[in-house]
Design a protein around this ligand. Structure first.
Ligand code: C5P
Length: 319
């Protein structure tokens, strides 16, 4: 917890945890499985764009959401049992045989349904915060298993870093030596893209074709180990690109505009509609941001990765 800015809270018994957004530097997608999921071969990277989750003792489960940055529409977040944070609280409570009672405040900074795993980050932070509040002492290993029950990206939001994902994205293996700092400009776009819809569009577009099982990208992993942004930029890849562009054709122009403005790489983030532009320095970031704003991006975030995964953060009581 050392060295972190304390999160303001209203009671001394509140606990705060923080979890990062993710991008997929590589997203290889295979043919749909019988359970409706797609096999993935992905390389995740966590970003320094965080959700904070504050939990405190309460007589029932209550959720409250506030937003702190542009492009975050907190009114779209459900406050009932369908919220992944509720599901995380209920899963952890069931695991330990206790009532899922807590007051949970989510401070959203990650745009919603944007391909950045904002909901998964909330779930990961909730598991870490409630494990501490309730004193349930669930091991990291078990937390990762519970996280996988909540969603394919939730285990990664617990670990952070640069990690290879297999299975439906939940089977993780750290990519050693790939922790060179990368600078990103994220262009948040109007309207959301639902992940299931994008995967369905992937199926529709690949109908009648032989979709191969995905493989981890050796060239990207080598490039990540060398840490040269320009070479890494050439190896970014997302198999969901055609599906996301089919549902939102205007994204194609923005991808081209970012590259023309000097970005060393550009990609749809996860299932979109956020676009991620890799830049080599602050000048490039500025040029790219100006161009993306002119193209109609709803919000721009400058961020970098990798970062650590979900962790407890210190709190400071304010009245
Ligand atoms: O795992 P998660 O609940 O986040 O996934 C949301 C939806 O995205 C799934 O119900 C499925 O439609 C789609 N998905 C998929 N293949 C994956 C991950 C997600 O088809 N590997």
């Amino acid at each position: 917890m050392q060295g972190k800015t304390p999160v303001p809270v209203t009671t001394a018994d509140a606990i705060a945890a923080r979890a990062p957004a993710k991008i997929n530097l590589h997203l290889g997608v295979g043919p749909v499985r019988s359970d409706g999921y797609h096999p993935l071969a992905t390389i995740y990277q966590s970003l320094d764009l965080f959700e904070d989750v504050i939990v405190a003792p309460y007589h029932r489960l209550s959720i409250h959401v506030t937003g702190e940055t542009d492009g975050v529409r907190v009114d779209e977040v459900p406050l009932d049992d369908s919220n992944i944070v509720c599901k995380a609280a209920m899963l952890l409570a069931a695991e330990t045989g206790r009532e899922p009672a807590a007051k949970i405040h989510i401070i959203k900074r990650i745009p919603i349904a944007a391909g950045l795993a904002g909901g998964s980050a909330d779930a990961a932070a909730t598991l870490v915060a409630l494990n501490q509040l309730w004193g349930t002492k669930i091991s990291r290993e078990r937390l990762l298993q519970l996280a996988a029950e909540l969603g394919s990206d939730v285990p990664f939001c617990l670990t952070g870093g640069v990690v290879a994902g297999g299975g439906r994205g939940e089977q993780l293996a750290e990519v050693l030596g790939a922790d060179a700092r990368l600078q990103w400009v994220l262009a948040v776009n109007s309207g959301s893209l639902s992940t299931p819809k994008v995967f369905k569009e992937f199926d529709r577009l690949s109908e009648g074709q032989d979709v191969a099982m995905p493989h981890l990208p050796a060239e990207l992993i080598i490039a990540l180990r060398h840490g040269n942004a320009k070479i890494i930029g050439q190896h970014l890849h997302n198999d969901l690109t055609a599906a996301a562009l089919s549902l939102k054709p205007e994204l194609a122009e923005m991808l081209d505009a970012g590259i023309a403005a000097g970005a060393v790489g550009a990609m749809v983030s996860g299932s979109g509609p956020t676009l991620a532009f890799l830049v080599a320095d602050a000048d490039q970031a500025l040029n790219v941001s100006v161009e993306l704003a002119a193209c109609g991006a709803v919000a721009l975030h400058r961020c970098s990765g990798p970062t650590e995964g979900a962790v407890l953060v210190p709190t400071k009581v304010v009245s």
